[in-house]
Ligand binder design. Structure first.
Ligand code: F6R
Length: 260
């Protein structure tokens, strides 16, 4: 697990560099995309580079991590619509190249199984972007999630609903109670996981992720078992890391060509 502590713009640029290099070597790469506020800087940076002709998504495919259950197809906070607005519509994905779990499926079990199968059929995710919840969730794998879980329906915690109420005009009642989310084992199947987090509210979750024991109580800790994880955090999110000095010096001494 590599931990990079830097300013938010630098973190977004680092992640964008990694995605640009991946697509340069493999234009058909499969990306895993997260919603929420943490990856927005990465999407802005990639959209800018696309506009300048440095990167293309024409042959790439992408899978989103999760989706609220029951939000109308045209609801602005439906994650499929959010990712379309924040990223896909600003670059050149081919029609149908971006998929997400079907939060309006009548047969939820079948929809989740189909989603897992689609990821496998694509050859698997090459690079998965994830954020982290203040309660340590990745995707919407809330505390208590099986570390071996696959795509399924989950109930959001009160904390997550409170955290996300800001996207629903601050009205907690508007925040859905359920979601479909890739499981922790699904996320662990990605070949490279890039986690980005900023702000003090994430500091405890980042401390647990990097330095805590692996536990379903802090689901992101399962990533300690992944061979290639890049944790990109600003100073605030890194605020509780005991090993912060070590991570600073390691990154400062890293040759630029090495990438994440
Ligand atoms: C979103 C997702 C969530 C968020 C997390 C952090 O697709 O899977 O795990 O990444 O809730 O959200 P932000 O980035 O808004 O703080």
């Amino acid at each position: 697990m590599e931990v990079v502590i830097a300013a938010p713009e630098e973190l977004s640029a680092l992640a964008a560099n990694t995605i640009e290099s991946l697509l340069a070597t493999n234009p058909e790469a499969v990306l895993g995309l997260a919603t929420g506020s943490s990856p927005l800087g990465i999407y802005d940076e990639l959209a800018r580079r696309y506009a300048e002709g440095h990167v293309s998504f024409e042959r790439a495919r992408a899978f989103t991590l999760d989706e609220y259950v029951g939000l109308a197809a045209d609801h602005p906070e439906r994650y499929g619509n959010v990712i379309e607005k924040e990223f896909a519509s600003r670059v050149d994905f081919a029609p149908g190249a971006l998929r997400g779990p079907d939060g309006l499926a009548t047969d939820v079990l079948a929809a989740c199984a189909r989603y897992e199968a689609a990821i496998v059929e694509s050859g698997g995710v090459d690079l998965q972007i994830v954020g982290i919840g203040s309660d340590g969730h990745v995707g919407f794998n809330e505390p208590g999630s099986s570390l071996a879980s696959r795509t399924r329906i989950k109930t959001l915690t009160e904390q997550t609903r409170l955290d996300n109420a800001r996207f629903f005009g601050g009205d907690l009642d508007q925040v859905p109670r359920h979601c479909l989310t890739q499981g922790l084992a699904t996320i662990m199947s990605a070949r490279h996981v890039v986690l980005i987090a900023t702000g003090r509210a994430k500091a405890e979750a980042i401390h647990q992720l990097v330095e805590g024991p692996v536990s379903a109580m802090w689901p992101a800790t399962v990533l300690q078992h992944h061979p290639h994880v890049s944790v990109l955090v600003d100073r605030d999110a890194a605020g509780l890391l005991k090993l912060a000095d070590y991570f600073h010096s390691t990154y400062a001494a890293k040759p630029e060509w090495q990438g994440l």
